[in-house]
Design a protein around this ligand. Structure first.
Ligand code: PEP
Ligand code: MN
Length: 340
């Protein structure tokens, strides 16, 4: 940690800063420049972070040297992590292709979609049984019945399943059926939920909150990792923007930024980011081109009958085309679609 002192700091204040650091059991090194005096502090930065350093008279600015997300950071773990979901690996050149409807609607429909996305080349099946809807009057999902339907469709078509958990009290139930737990954008900073999914030890798909900074996102990953669960995959799903031409703003640069800050795999969700089937294929390719380790796309066999997010769903044959073209892009980039 570096403390930058105010230009008019007094000798008394400097002595107080140095004494204070000594009291905290840290080593302080004073450095006087022509215009600024700084104090380099060596010791446990986590301990220092919880001190109100800016409240010490004479301190102008506090500059941390280490990121606060120490387990998620590339410094701590210079090699890219690989997260295994069932028999599918995500990260370090292996692409996770997650596909399926927004919500689980019926056993018949789920089976039909699972069969078609499997044929298309997806390696993970998604479907929400607990839906976090903006309106309390919209379809909220089939609950535990939906989890069973999803698990059975996944088993029938040899696809590990991903589904959202919206409430810490539901983690145990959802973990019984799912191979990967999704934390949705609206819950990215539900710290009790993050702690519970961390404790479950299951792989977690952590979506970026729609107003979250990259640092907020990595700190949320840190909550899960700090519970001893290393199986975290990040998912960029678009952030709020003033422009209504897409549902959200797909922040592709954030994917590239995260790849430079963290060892965790990152996937891109062009479905929720754009809300537009005509843009989803190009945005999926762009995601992988900037370094994403996979793609999350909503697919429905009859979007006009979908109970949620129908307008953004790709048809199975459209999805098949995306996967086919993705194979060429993956090859160009020295990556492979996991398990295919
Ligand atoms: C979803 O995956 O269906 C979903 C609700 O996503 P998000 O949390 O990104 O809005
Ligand atoms: Mn959805």
């Amino acid at each position: 940690m570096i403390l930058i002192l105010k230009p008019d700091v007094t000798e008394e204040q400097i002595s107080h800063v140095l004494e204070k650091m000594e009291q905290l059991g840290l080593q302080a090194h004073l450095s006087r420049g022509t215009h600024r005096t700084i104090v380099g502090v060596i010791g446990d930065e986590d301990q220092l972070r919880s001190e109100p350093l800016l409240a010490i008279p004479g301190v102008k600015q506090v500059v941390p040297v280490m990121p606060a997300y120490k387990l998620a950071s590339l410094d701590a773990h210079p090699k890219s992590s690989v997260v295994k979901v069932g028999n599918v690996e995500i990260g370090d050149g292996k692409l996770g292709m997650i596909a399926g409807p927004c919500a689980v609607e019926s056993a018949e429909r789920m089976n039909h979609i699972a069969e078609q996305i499997r044929q298309a080349g997806a390696n993970l099946l998604r479907g929400g049984a607990y839906k976090p809807r903006t309106s309390p009057y919209s379809f909220q999902g089939l609950g535990e019945e939906g989890l069973k339907v999803l698990r059975d469709a996944g088993q029938a078509h040899d696809l590990p399943v991903v589904t959202e958990v919206t409430d810490p009290r539901l983690v145990e139930t959802v973990a019984k059926y799912a191979d990967m737990l999704q934390v949705g954008a609206r819950n990215m900073q539900n710290f009790v939920l993050l702690t519970e999914v961390g404790r479950s030890g299951k792989p977690v798909l952590l979506k970026r909150g729609m107003s979250a900074t990259v640092e907020d996102w990595l700190m949320s990953a840190e909550y899960i990792l700090s519970q001893g669960n290393p199986n975290v995959v990040l998912c960029e799903r678009g952030i709020k923007s003033y422009d209504r031409s897409t549902r959200n703003l797909l922040d592709l640069a954030a994917v590239a930024v995260v790849k430079r800050l963290s060892h965790l795999p990152v996937i891109v969700d062009p479905s929720h980011a754009t809300g537009r089937p005509d843009l989803i294929p190009d945005c999926a390719f762009a995601g992988v081109a900037v370094g994403a380790d996979g793609i999350h796309i909503e697919v429905h066999d009859c979007p006009e009958e979908a109970k949620s997010d129908g307008p953004q769903a790709l048809l199975p044959h459209e999805y098949a085309e995306v996967v086919q073209r993705m194979r060429s892009l993956a090859e160009l980039m020295g990556k492979t679609i996991s398990n295919s």
